[in-house]
Design a protein around this ligand. Structure first.
Ligand SMILES: Nc1ncnc2c1ncn2[C@@H]1O[C@H](COP(=O)(O)OP(=O)(O)OP(=O)(O)O)[C@@H](O)[C@H]1O
Length: 595
């Protein structure tokens, strides 16, 4: 019932189509009730009395009625489809907007395939019900009741005896309804899993092929496909078992009517016209009953699909984009302050250790701070809290002296240019990708950002330049090129805060040094966070924070940390040694080649 109410709320704005469809439906049923009577009149008043005028008159009325009904059917079909499409349009739109507003915490746990299948198959199932299932149900119910009333008026005994199987049929429908519901639930769930497997396989096809795991993946898909097949066969078995029984009960109604009606005609208690009219009327009760199984199917599909859709809509938005009383972030300067921040990912269990513990530091506007630490030490998490991809578990992150939670989130994020660790590019032109955060940017501005990111020359060398289309996730570009396009995208935002999360990890040392040279100018006047594991990436940092297992182990300038003989010094010595060894190897190689 709750589902009905929720779906009805979506349908309410389109009540106009509902009224047109239901009026057309009632008009259609009215015709179905009048037409057999016209037939009766044609037979009893025309044929039986050899009255040609009466035959022509009633037959003409029947013809006109048929034409009118066709026109009415057009309105009914159009408006009920329109109602379904409108509702589904809004539902899909609401779902998409909600998905856009859900935080990283949701996506950490969600499966893309499940979301996809809810946006497509589940929504379609709901549409089938709203579009014609519900209307057909209403038409059937009105037609059934109306026909029974008219038939009772013509001949009570024939009507009642003909309908003797109806209670059995309704009982069978109830049983069918109970068993088909779970079957449809399993199918919708299986479809979500099948889509997830497919989506993961396609997204990870390069890994699959690199590790020659096509057979394993085929096996995984096959398993899902088989489960889906089995679920559908279980459903088909229930249908195969129930539908003939429902058809049988419906057929018996027709036979009983022939038998009882024929008997009463023979006894002179019914006219031939009445009998013929009954033949027609009987379809008014048989078709809704015959359709019941099919309608229950549509309804159960929708009732299993709708909760999956509503489950997403009901997911609480934990990080609201425009919290009440939020302040504008448009004029922030970039003073960042972490106050005793501790953090655990929302997907992490309560008893797991914090990813960040008691982190406190201040960064002045324009300062460049490097965050250094072993893998998994919490470097990226720090910057994710700044952009409010997640909210702190304890403490506070302040921006220009205000809690980041107080700012309009959309404006806040526009003020933080991020080059993430994993570059994602859209299947669009290189220009569109660079201008993603600032679609109104001019070609000059885009080229300026590309130059700073050391990617302009490469783009210009392509036959289509900035108009070059890149594939999904940036296919067609190397890892380093993708990273530089992402860098240009962040630079173009011209933000007061810049976050470079291993932004030059995929480029060669020469390009890295060229990027850092150019970045020096870009970083000027901006608060910059440079997350890196290579010391060469953080040369330009004014200050370094060293993280160890989610805590700040040390902080200071290069010189201060070097003298402290801690993690930084160890890393420095290690990387110096590695660089030294590499350098010696290169020299030896050159000498060998030179000989
Ligand atoms: N979305 C997530 N959900 C749950 N735990 C996460 C999530 N992302 C990261 N973690 C965990 O949080 C810890 C810190 O991760 P973070 O990405 O901040 O480390 P990092 O220092 O940036 O590592 P790297 O240098 O490898 O990028 C890690 O132990 C990681 O397993």
């Amino acid at each position: 019932m709750q589902l009905f109410t929720r779906l009805a709320k979506f349908a309410f704005p389109y009540k106009r189509w509902f009224f047109i469809a239901s009026s057309a439906m009632l008009a259609g049923i009215a015709f179905d009730l009048i037409a057999p009577w016209l037939l009766k009149q044609t037979i009893d008043e025309g044929i039986a009395k050899s009255n040609v005028r009466a035959i022509v008159f009633f037959a003409a009325l029947l013809g006109i009625g048929q034409i009118l009904k066709s026109a009415i059917m057009y309105f009914q079909n159009y408006s009920q489809e329109r109602l379904g499409q409108d509702v589904i349009f809004d539902l899909r739109q609401a779902l998409y907007s909600h998905l856009q507003r859900l935080s990283f915490g949701y996506y950490d746990k969600a499966q893309t395939g499940q979301i996809m299948s809810r946006m497509t198959g589940d929504i379609d199932a709901v549409k089938n019900f709203i579009g014609f299932g519900a209307m057909l149900m209403a038409t059937g119910a009105v037609s059934f009741v109306g026909t029974v009333i008219v038939m009772l008026n013509i001949h009570v005994k024939t009507t009642l005896i003909s309908m003797v199987t109806v209670p059995f049929l309704l009982f069978a429908i109830r049983k069918f309804n109970r068993s088909i519901g779970p079957a449809w639930g399993a199918i919708r769930e299986q479809m979500g899993k099948l889509t997830t497997t497919l989506q993961e396989n396609i997204s990870g096809i390069r890994v699959v092929k690199a590790f020659s795991q096509e057979k394993l993946e085929r096996h995984k898909f096959n398993e899902r496909n088989e489960t889906n097949f089995d679920s559908n066969m279980s459903r088909a078995k229930i249908e195969a078992h129930s539908f003939p029984l429902l058809g049988f009960y419906g057929g018996i109604i027709f036979l009983l009517m022939l038998w009882v009606g024929g008997y009463h005609v023979a006894k002179g208690e019914m006219t031939v016209g009445d009998f013929m009219a009954f033949q027609w009327y009987i379809w008014g009760i048989v078709w809704p009953l015959n359709m019941l199984g099919w309608l229950v199917n549509i309804m159960q599909q929708a009732f299993k699909a709708a909760p999956r859709v509503f489950e997403i809509l009901d997911t609480k938005i934990d990080i609201d984009t425009r919290p009440e009383g939020s302040v504008s972030a448009n004029s922030i300067r970039g003073f960042v302050s972490f106050k005793h921040v501790s953090f655990r990912f929302p997907s992490g269990a309560v008893d797991t250790p914090m990813v960040l513990s008691d982190i406190s530091f201040d960064v002045s506007p324009g300062e460049a701070v490097a965050i250094l630490g072993a893998t998994g030490s919490g470097k990226s998490s720090i910057t994710q809290l700044l952009s409010r991809f997640y909210d702190v578990s304890e403490g506070a992150v302040l921006l220009d002296g205000r809690d980041v939670k107080d700012y309009d989130l959309i404006e806040l994020r526009r003020k933080i240019g991020i080059v993430p660790q994993e570059t994602f590019l859209f299947s669009a032109t290189i220009r569109d990708n660079i201008a993603y955060g600032r679609p109104e940017a001019s070609q000059e501005q885009i080229e300026w950002a590309s130059r700073k990111a050391q990617i302009h020359d490469f783009i210009s060398s392509l036959p289509n330049g900035y108009d070059t289309l890149i594939g999904e996730r940036g296919v067609g570009l190397s890892g380093g090129q993708r990273q530089r396009v992402a860098l240009a995208r962040a630079i173009l935002l011209d933000p007061p805060i810049l976050v470079l999360d291993e932004a030059t990890a995929s480029v060669d040392t020469a390009t890295e040094s060229a990027i850092h040279e150019a970045l020096h100018e870009v970083m000027h006047g901006r608060t910059t966070f440079i997350i890196a594991q290579r010391l060469s990436s953080i040369q330009r940092a004014d200050r370094i924070l060293v993280l160890e297992e989610g805590r700040i182990a040390e902080q200071g300038t290069h010189q201060e940390l070097y003298e402290r003989e801690g993690f930084f010094r160890r890393l420095f010595n290690l990387q110096e040694n590695t660089d030294g060894v590499n350098k010696r190897k290169d020299e030896a190689l050159l000498q060998t080649e030179g000989r």
